[in-house]
Write a new protein. Structure first.
Length: 512
């Protein structure tokens, strides 16, 4: 173990002089070995994430909200249409929900492979390739063994695992962009960092604030003018998207998620005054803040690069949406590159401040051992642990029944389906969530006792309560009693007939 970590203490303070002393054949061999390390980890993580994502989908654990939504959007792009998403409402342009035009980059791939698995595999690749700049930076600054540890800890980190084992989301595009930008910042390649970070504006409207944080770091540590311009571009870009572009695309003419950041204390001044307390209460927020930096053994907090996480953490902790406060879903994926960049930067700074000293070597060994220890301790609590569960590798009679009934639905028809069945159909049908969700594009602002009648040609409903991380067992978006009442009304009053019923799954077709 001592020999293993000894190499991790070797730093090249002047890489140019080291390269000059190295013989060309050795230099070429070293670069090839380094590339094999970086891309080898990316390949291994890609296979890992893909396995988890594909098994979830085959086990009917993916959802209409959100995999189905993004597939409908990408399907529109792939056929040179606007990203209109029936799952979000009739004629609803998804650019009015979040501003993520960069998602259109997946359209050519989807045109070749029109399947929800296309999006899940693409997301796995995006999350995996983000390890390359982090491992490369750690390799150059801390040594080969340290690079392996950083790559492993990033790949198994809970923020990445939570995104990889959930439905596709646009933030997957931001993870490698931010990772490459952070490596460039760490190596003081300021213009390169800006080139990698600017596309964040096209991934999601809040990421302009992250671009502004990158600009602030550059203004502090590098060319001030470049940093100020970058920060201004981020702030202005987010403002334009939230105030102008999103309302222009949204049928309601406003920012769909503005209520999440409402003035919780009745006025802007009171909201600002209480913000420090609101960031830490309820307790789940404080726990999340600790867990975000835990994969680095909290060492990342010693690096100024960790400040780039502040915009994302800020809006999440101040949000009124309880889902933003915890560790589930995809919300922490963009934070993991920041955390591990901070880890590499902090350890590099410490080592350079005390070159060759035994204390620095012991500190590095202890930090890396702690990082691995935290990774191992947290792993069973997050979704990569699903690979060790027998249920992940076993189909059930219920799944087989669902797949048999789904195959009876013709291509190109309109379908109202239970949330878990939606992404099984979105590649070949026009699908909405049964019984009716949302109503006129509004997610919550309507009277549930007065739902509009179904209009889809087919209905497929699953009365079983699915169990799939990160959701609790239960029915969504309505209680099962209401869903069954709507199902009965479809048969009794709305002109639907039962085509088949099997293992709690009902398939209905509207009479001609």
């Amino acid at each position: 173990m001592r020999t293993f970590f000894a190499n991790a203490t070797v730093l090249s303070v002047d890489t140019r002089s080291t390269e000059a002393r190295a013989a060309p054949p050795r230099e070429g061999a070293g670069r090839a070995a380094g590339a094999l390390l970086h891309w080898g980890w990316a390949t291994a993580l890609f296979l890992l994430y893909t396995t988890v994502a594909v098994r979830r989908h085959l086990l009917l654990r993916t959802t209409g909200y959100d995999l189905g939504i993004f597939e409908q959007a990408v399907r529109g792009y792939a056929h040179f249409r606007a990203p209109v998403v029936p799952l979000r409402g009739e004629g609803f342009n998804l650019l009015g929900d979040h501003f993520h035009p960069l998602v259109a980059m997946l359209a050519p791939l989807y045109r070749i492979w029109p399947s929800p698995l296309c999006l899940l595999v693409a997301q796995s690749a995006l999350l995996a390739v983000a390890v390359v700049p982090l491992a490369r930076w750690a390799d150059r600054s801390l040594g080969r063994q340290a690079a392996h540890i950083v790559a492993c800890a990033y790949g198994m980190s809970w923020g990445i695992a939570s995104a990889a084992a959930f439905d596709f989301h646009e933030v997957a595009l931001a993870v490698p962009l931010l990772s490459f930008a952070l490596e460039a910042l760490g190596r003081r390649r300021w213009r390169q960092a800006v080139v990698w970070a600017v596309p964040l504006l096209l991934v999601k409207e809040d990421l302009g604030l992250t671009l502004a944080a990158v600009g602030g770091y550059i203004a502090w540590k590098g060319p001030r003018r470049l940093g100020i311009l970058t920060a201004a571009a981020g702030l202005i870009g987010s403002a334009i998207e939230i105030k102008l572009l999103l309302p222009a695309f949204n049928p309601g003419g406003g920012y769909a998620h503005g209520a999440n950041l409402a003035e919780a204390h009745g006025s802007l001044l009171a909201t600002i005054a209480f913000a420090p307390l609101d960031v830490l209460r309820p307790d789940v927020k404080a726990m999340t803040l600790v867990l975000v930096f835990a994969p680095s053994a909290l060492v990342a907090l010693r690096s100024p690069l960790s400040l780039i996480a502040v915009p994302t953490l800020g809006w999440r902790m101040l949000s009124e949406n309880v889902f933003h406060w915890g560790t589930a879903f995809h919300y922490s994926a963009v934070l993991m590159p920041v955390v591990f960049a901070g880890l590499i930067d902090a350890l590099t700074r410490y080592r350079e401040a005390a070159p060759g000293q035994p204390l620095a070597a012991r500190h590095l060994r202890a930090s890396l051992l702690t990082v691995i220890g935290v990774t191992v301790v947290l792993l069973p609590s997050f979704p990569l642990a699903q690979l060790a569960q027998r249920a992940t590798w076993r189909s059930t009679p219920h799944i087989e029944a669902a797949q048999a009934l789904l195959r009876r639905i013709p291509d190109g028809v309109t379908v109202a389906a239970s949330n878990r069945l939606v992404p099984q159909l979105t590649s070949r049908c026009e699908v909405v969530v049964f019984p009716t969700w949302p109503v006129e594009g509004h997610l919550y602002e309507y009277e549930r006792t007065r739902l509009p009648r179904p209009t889809a040609q087919w209905i497929i409903h699953d009365r079983s309560a699915p169990e799939a991380w990160p959701y609790k067992t239960g029915h969504w978006p309505y209680p099962i009693e209401q869903q069954l009442a709507e199902l009965e009304a479809a048969k009794r009053s709305y002109g639907y007939e039962v085509v088949a019923e099997r293992d709690g799954i009902t398939l209905l077709r509207r009479r001609s």
